[in-house]
Design a protein around this ligand. Structure first.
Ligand code: SF4
Length: 705
């Protein structure tokens, strides 16, 4: 028995805040409390409602704690929640690793190693958990590489095209702002540690404006909510620039000294008059003018842009246009001014040491492997050839719930000739299709280190408790598998500390070391982005007009094009409503959706409709409805509460197996990709809604309050 103690960890869920967490451990080694670390300058001692109850998750009786194999004769397919073990039998790690190594080996020999597809994302944001030993393993195997596009690539490419780096205003500086625009950013819902800085600014007189088609918690708390039609953000940003330039409200000195392409931009935005933009966005022309004037004349002005706008067919253009606004008004000169989409570019590690892409040359391929886009998993599993995918290895993700075009994904996962391994903490929508399920650790059960995309602190996350049952980390799993596959490279025997040191060795002049992180817990790696006026773009300036994009056949200046699936698209006569498959405030994508406490906070299963759209379909509040399009359908209860504008219907992401009818919002979304970054286009989705007949509505679940 060791004495009771407190251990410093970092929340590794996919959230900009990367909270510092203190874990209290009792004499028996059990975690008895998690709380925010009050010494962290941004996350300041509190956790969100999702993670406050984290011990319910860690010690949940539903955890997967032992390796499992599908029982002979147990068919793949949806399994009632809580009864998944009926389809599996426990096996030891030895047996599991041997079987996986043998199956992957034979798939590689028979179909080529590229027929093996890893599938992972940010279910684990620790640097090592997200991508280290796993990448080494799949590179050495010669497996297909995964293009990790599901969340943020259009916005990242957009930000980089304008500023050269993925940096933004320090959250601590928001307190100095006088004008704050939350553009598609539900700060109060899913970036909660920025909220106190926003409130501090407001107490000092700042105004908070929210631009969002959905009346989020943040919109409800704002001084001004501007409900915009989905997919029209490019038009609004260009319209704001039109007013700012026409009325001479831009910062001439800043534009002259630090930007490139202003004259072309000036010409380009001429067409985006407030009247024209009003017709595109649904925002009155007077509001567009007022917003432009207030924004340009209330320094310091800051925009918290979030990733919603870039999950649209032309989301790259939208994010580029919004990102240009602070440069136009010279907002970067002011403490508290600028824009934050991501701070992730401050955390640069030695990725070639960590991921060892050179190992692909030692694989049977002896060349770089092909790349498969994770946003087109349905296509990859049902149509991809030369070679077809024959083995899928899922970790840090739940693709049967989160990937678009869910019916195609499930059709692929159902294939009897597909060997599927899932490394998970719980039985999920995806484990229903697994041949082997492996138990994964939570962030309390392994050591890692982590950057953030909402602040500038690099942090060490210590292992707080021993892994529960036989749960194992990603690093352990892929190191062991490599050895079973006979990979003799010493890098597969690297320890967690070896990996951290190798990753940090790439940070160049800031010279952060593991010893320093161990001693200090966290280190600030940046604070004032672009303060020196140097931009890592081809011109060395903020790029309004990008010749690099033009050279790739893309538009040099962001231009508004309505998404194919929008009220202006060809299919709008059949499916006239724009669908917002929202992230739930109280889940983290699909994580936490299975925990009863989180379900209770969220009330999923509702279709938010405007009164006009509901009335036209004879739908009343709480009626059962079906939302459908050519790809699929879901059944929900209508909620008519003013949260969406006319022409828009919204519902939140839930697990399919916990949803009425066994489907979630992704049966409706498509595999179409964004204009930049090959990203997913969840928010360019057309649907129709109909009221269910009493017969159809009989015996549906769940009820709502
Ligand atoms: S989910 Fe985000 S806000 Fe919640 S504890 Fe984790 S990092 Fe903090």
């Amino acid at each position: 028995m060791s004495p009771a103690r407190t251990v410093s960890a970092v929340c590794s869920h996919d959230c900009p805040d990367s909270c510092a967490v203190l874990v209290t451990i009792d004499e028996s080694g059990k975690a008895t409390r998690v709380q925010g670390d009050p010494e962290h300058p941004v996350t300041r001692g509190f956790l969100c409602a999702k993670v406050n109850k984290y011990l319910d998750r860690v010690y949940s009786p539903s955890r997967v704690l032992y390796p499992l194999r599908r029982r002979p004769g147990a068919a793949k397919g949806k399994q009632a929640y809580g009864r998944e073990t009926e389809a599996f039998e426990p096996i030891g790690w030895d047996e599991a690793l041997n079987e996986i190594a043998e199956r992957l080996g034979s798939v590689a020999r028979e179909h080529g190693p590229e027929s093996i597809l890893p599938y992972s994302y940010a279910g684990n944001m620790g640097v090592l958990g997200y991508g280290s030993m796993d990448r080494r393993f799949f590179h050495r195997l010669g497996a297909s590489r995964l293009d990790r596009t599901i969340c943020a690539t259009a916005g990242a490419d957009a930000l980089i095209s304008v500023y050269g780096k993925k940096l933004g205003t320090d959250p601590e500086h928001f307190r100095h702002a006088r004008y704050i625009i939350a553009w598609a950013a539900n700060i109060h819902g899913n970036n909660v540690h920025l909220w106190p800085f926003v409130q501090e600014a407001r107490r000092n007189g700042a105004r908070l404006v929210v631009i969002d088609p959905y009346r989020t918690r943040t919109a409800q708390a704002a001084d001004w909510h501007i409900p915009i039609q989905p997919g029209t953000d490019t038009a609004l940003a260009l319209g704001l620039m039109h007013v700012i330039i026409e009325e001479g409200l831009y910062d001439r000195d800043y534009v002259a000294q630090y930007t490139h392409g202003f004259e072309a931009l000036k010409e380009h935005v001429l067409a985006y008059t407030p009247a024209h933009v009003a017709g595109l966005t649904g925002i009155p022309a007077a509001d567009i003018e007022r917003l432009a004037r207030e924004y340009a004349s209330s320094p310091p002005a800051v925009i918290r842009l979030n990733y919603g706008i870039q999950r649209s067919q032309n989301g790259g253009a939208a994010a580029r246009a919004v990102c240009m606004l602070p440069a136009l008004i010279g907002a970067w000169k002011d403490l508290g001014g600028g824009l934050q989409l991501s701070t992730g570019g401050a955390f640069v590690f030695n990725s070639s040491a960590l991921e060892r892409p050179d190992l692909m040359l030692a694989s049977p391929l002896q060349r770089p492997a092909r790349i498969v886009n994770m946003s087109r998993l349905g296509h990859a599993l049902t149509e991809l050839e030369s070679p077809a995918v024959k083995a899928l290895f899922v970790y840090n993700s739940n693709p049967a719930a989160i990937a678009p075009n869910q019916n195609a994904v499930v059709q692929g996962l159902m294939r009897s000739d597909l060997f599927t391994v899932v490394h998970e903490q719980f039985f999920t929508d995806t484990t229903d299709y697994a041949d082997i399920v492996l138990p994964a650790t939570t962030f309390l059960e392994h050591k890692d280190f982590q950057g953030a995309y909402g602040h500038y602190f690099l942090q060490l996350s210590q292992q707080a408790i021993a892994p529960l049952g036989e749960a194992r980390s990603n690093v352990w799993l892929f190191g062991q598998l490599a050895q079973r596959m006979g990979f003799t490279e010493p890098c597969f025997r690297d320890s967690v500390d070896d990996l951290i040191e190798q990753a940090l060795a790439g940070r160049g002049e800031d010279g952060v070391t593991l010893q320093e992180l161990e001693a200090k817990k966290r280190i600030r790696v940046a604070s004032l982005p672009f303060a020196n006026g140097v931009f890592a773009t081809p011109s060395g300036k903020v790029e309004f007009c990008s010749s690099a994009l033009a050279a790739q056949g893309l538009e040099a200046l962001p231009t508004f094009h309505p998404p194919d699936e929008s009220r202006r698209g060809a299919d709008a006569h059949t499916f006239p409503l724009e669908f917002l498959p929202r992230k739930a405030d109280n889940f983290m994508n699909s994580t936490f959706a299975n925990l009863p406490g989180h379900q209770k906070m969220e009330s999923p299963g509702l279709a938010m409709m405007h009164a006009d759209d509901a009335g036209a379909r004879h739908i009343r509040d709480a009626d059962w409805v079906e939302i459908y399009n050519a790809r699929g359908k879901i059944r929900l209860r209508a909620r008519i509460d003013g949260s969406v504008p006319a022409g828009v219907v919204a519902a939140s992401l839930n697990w399919s197996k916990l949803s009425t009818g066994g489907n979630n919002v992704n049966v409706l979304t498509s595999e179409r990709l964004t204009d930049l970054g090959r990203g997913a286009t969840f928010y360019s989705t057309l649907v129709e809604v109909r009221k269910l007949t009493p017969d159809e509505a009989q015996n549906l679940f769940p009820p709502i309050d």
